[in-house]
Ligand binder design. Sequence first.
Ligand SMILES: *Cc1c(COP(=O)(O)O)cnc(C)c1O
Length: 422
Amino acid sequence: MSNYKSGLEYALEQDQNDELQSYRNRFYIPKDQNGSDCIYMTGNSLGLQPKQTSAYVNQELEDWANLGVEGHFEAKTPWMPYHEYLAKSMAEVVGAKPIEVVVMNTLTANLHFMMVSFYKPTKTRYKILIESDAFPSDKYAVESQLRHHGFDDKEGLILWEPRNGEELLRYEDLEAILDEQGNQIALIMIGGINYYTGQFFDLKRITQLGHQYGCTVGFDCAHGAGNVALNLHDSGADFAVWCTYKYLNSGPGSLAGCFVHERHAYNKDLNRFTGWWSHNKDTRFNMRYEFDQLPGAEGWQLSNPPILSMAAVKASLDMFSEVGIDMLIAKSKKLTGYFEFLLKGLGEEKIRIITPSNPDERGCQLSIQVKHANKTLHNKLTETGVISDWREPDVIRCAPVPFYNSFEDVYKLVERLKTILN
Ligand SMILES: *Cc1c(COP(=O)(O)O)cnc(C)c1O
């Protein structure tokens, strides 16, 4: 992709030729003080609202108003099997089979429920391996699991760390850890894409390596779902979790996704926390039956789900089904490649991109280290109508999202950054 060109004209031409161009107008874009569209680069934190979301949510409010409890069966989209409609399209987004996917709870909650089943420490094999700069919630969650099972959370936690002077993680180093301590590690839990560096890990490679040493392997794909081709089924991972409010545009704090590999679908010996929604659908309402485990990821549900939130998830997933994740990824690679090209034009003495340069090892996000910068740089950028994310001490994270960001957005962002840096 070396045929990128500088100049606004090139950006506008790319937008003209973009098959997904019309989708931008199907989202609400926040406005700056002058009433112009903001340059929104934080879809990795909170995805924008699809314009059709309100109609989906209103439909459920209306059905509830008109039908009351009958809505479970009589609503336009009956509430009883509502999560099943989501599982199918969600499975396509993350590269899984429908039986492997469920939308339920919130992200960190799902991570804990998965660890109930897949973190089974013994006296000699009890450690958990995570990446050293894991998202804080994930780190707190695994530490608390160690303590819950009576282990020391410092001694029991193994960190996969970057080498001195580097940010990205190397597979040789993971291999070395496993070679040395693999037989003490019960669980490997890695962020599928690291939230800070944007490094997209080879899920299959990590899974194979972990399984070779007898560890269970799970991924937090919060920064991957709706952003990259996760191919969860083929990865062979035991489980994965993700949220739907980042690249999946389902609204603040919305429901989360959960993947359990098909090979565990019918294993009733796999311990778990259960509720009436993990019970066989045919006899669930007989109420007095002995517990009868539902197969697949659905069997990890506990409660009857919040339909109003699910409506927002459905509104977004219907757009993903319409376009297909492959087409989004194709645009994403072009857009982020263009972003990288323009950033390089700013000069190595000013900025350094931390995110891998190989398009297969990243999603749309670029993490940009700005030399000799502090937060005032980010404040200035914000004043120009750019919404981006600042991480201390000197990193700006920007995620041009193929659904609603344009080449023009990226062009303007880099121009504004250039002005401030000069
Ligand atoms: C966004 C994110 C979270 C947030 O967790 P919630 O339970 O949704 O608040 C956790 N882990 C990772 C890796 C994330 O990217």
